[in-house]
Design a protein around this ligand. Structure first.
Ligand code: NDP
Length: 300
C-alpha cells in the first residue's frame, strides 16, 4: 500500500487567512466595518506570550484591528472581569479571547462567562457550547473547527463515515465530536476509561487524536486507508538533535501511521496552524453578525 497523503494544515491555514483578508477588505469597502480582536493575557507564561504575539501579527496582517491587553500575573480577578466588561461594551471589538490558563487566583470559568457570547470567538462560553449542541449558529471553538475543515477538505462529504474521537475535553474532544455529528458522521467518543482502544480505533474511517500523550496511537491501531487527524502537541526529548534538545510530536506515531493511513496530519504543520486562522475567521463572523451584515462570500 502506498504511503498516506500528508495533509498540510500550514498551507490550508495560509489560504484561509488570505480569504479572511479578502473578506475584511470587502467589509471595509462595502460597510465601513473593520473587525477587531482583543486578546487578554494575564501573567508571563512564555508559550502564551509567543502565542498572543503571533495572534496580534496575524490579526493585523489580515487587515483587522488587534487590541492586546498584557496584564501582570498578580492582577486581581476583579480587574480582569472589569476589562472583559469594557471590551464587551467597546464597539470596535468584535472578538474577545482570554488566553488560558490564567494564574491560580483567577476563576477562569467566571472570566469566560463574562465574555459577551456574541464576541466569544474562542467558543468556550456555555452559550456557545449550548448552541453547538443545539445545532444553532454560534461561535465554534477554533481548533475543533480547523480539524473538521481539514477533514472536509480531504474527504469531501463526511456523511456515514465512522469517526472515533479520542479525548473528551471541552476545548477539543467534545466540540470535534459535535461538529462531526453535524456532518452526518457516526461518532464514537473514546477517553481514558475506554475498553480496547486499539480495537475501537481500527473501526474508524476518521480517527481524531486529542489526548496529550506523545505518539500513543500506533500504526496497527489504524484502519488501512483511514483519515488520521492528530490534534496533540507534545514536546519530547530529542537527544539525536543534541544535548538538552526537544522536538514536537503529536498523539499519533506518525512514522508508523503514515504506512497504514490514507491521509494524515503531521505535527507540527497539521492542525496547529488552523487554530489562529479559525480565530480570525470567527472574528469576521462575529463582526458581521454584530453589525447585521452578511458574511462575505470569500469565507464560504
Ligand atoms: P485534556 O488533557 O483536557 O484532555 C485529554 C483527553 O484525553 C481526556 O478526555 C482524557 O480522558 C483523554 N486521555 C488521556 N489519556 C488517555 C489515554 N491513555 N487513553 C485514552 N484517552 C486518554 O487535553 P486537550 O483536549 O486540551 O488537548 C489534547 C491535546 O491537543 C494536547 O496534546 C494539546 O496540547 C493539544 N491541543 C492542540 C491545540 C492546537 O492544535 N492548537 C489546541 C488545544 C489542544 P479522560 O477524560 O477520561 O481523562
Amino acid at each position: 500500500m502506498s504511503e498516506a497523503k500528508r495533509i498540510s494544515g500550514t498551507e490550508f491555514a495560509e489560504g484561509l487567512r488570505a480569504r479572511v483578508a479578502e473578506a475584511v477588505a470587502s467589509l471595509k469597502k462595502d460597510h465601513d466595518l473593520t473587525p477587531g480582536l482583543a486578546v487578554v493575557l494575564v501573567g508571563d507564561d512564555p508559550a502564551s506570550q509567543v502565542y498572543v504575539r503571533n495572534k496580534g501579527i496575524k490579526t493585523r496582517e489580515a487587515g483587522m484591528e488587534s487590541f492586546e491587553h498584557l496584564l501582570p500575573a498578580d492582577t486581581p480577578e476583579a480587574d480582569v472581569i472589569a476589562l472583559v466588561k469594557n471590551l464587551n461594551a467597546n464597539p470596535s471589538v468584535h472578538g474577545i479571547l482570554c488566553q488560558l490558563p490564567m494564574p491560580g487566583h483567577i476563576d477562569e470559568k467566571k472570566v469566560v462567562e463574562t465574555i459577551d457570547p456574541a464576541k466569544d470567538v474562542d467558543g468556550l462560553h456555555p452559550m456557545s457550547a449550548g448552541k453547538l449542541m443545539l445545532g444553532q449558529d454560534g461561535l465554534v471553538p477554533c481548533t475543533p473547527l480547523g480539524t473538521v475543515m481539514l477533514a472536509k477538505d480531504t474527504l469531501g462529504d463526511l456523511t456515514g463515515k465512522h469517526a472515533v474521537v479520542i479525548g473528551r475535553s471541552i476545548l477539543v474532544g467534545k466540540p470535534v465530536a459535535q461538529l462531526l455529528l453535524a456532518e452526518n458522521c457516526t461518532v464514537t467518543m473514546a477517553h481514558s476509561r475506554t475498553q480496547d482502544l486499539p480495537g475501537l480505533c481500527r473501526t474508524a474511517d476518521i480517527l481524531v487524536a486529542a489526548v496529550g500523550v506523545p505518539q500513543m496511537v500506533k500504526g496497527d491501531w489504524i484502519k488501512p486507508g483511514a483519515l488520521v487527524l492528530d490534534v496533540g502537541i507534545n514536546r519530547i526529548d530529542a537527544p539525536e538533535r543534541g544535548e538538552g534538545k526537544t522536538r514536537l510530536v503529536g498523539d499519533v506515531d506518525y512514522k508508523a501511521a503514515k504506512e497504514v493511513a490514507g491521509a494524515i496530519t503531521p505535527v507540527p504543520g497539521g492542525i496547529g496552524p488552523m487554530t489562529i486562522a479559525c480565530l480570525l475567521r470567527n472574528t469576521v463572523t462575529a463582526a458581521c453578525r454584530i453589525a447585521g451584515v452578511p458574511v462575505p462570500s470569500a469565507l464560504n
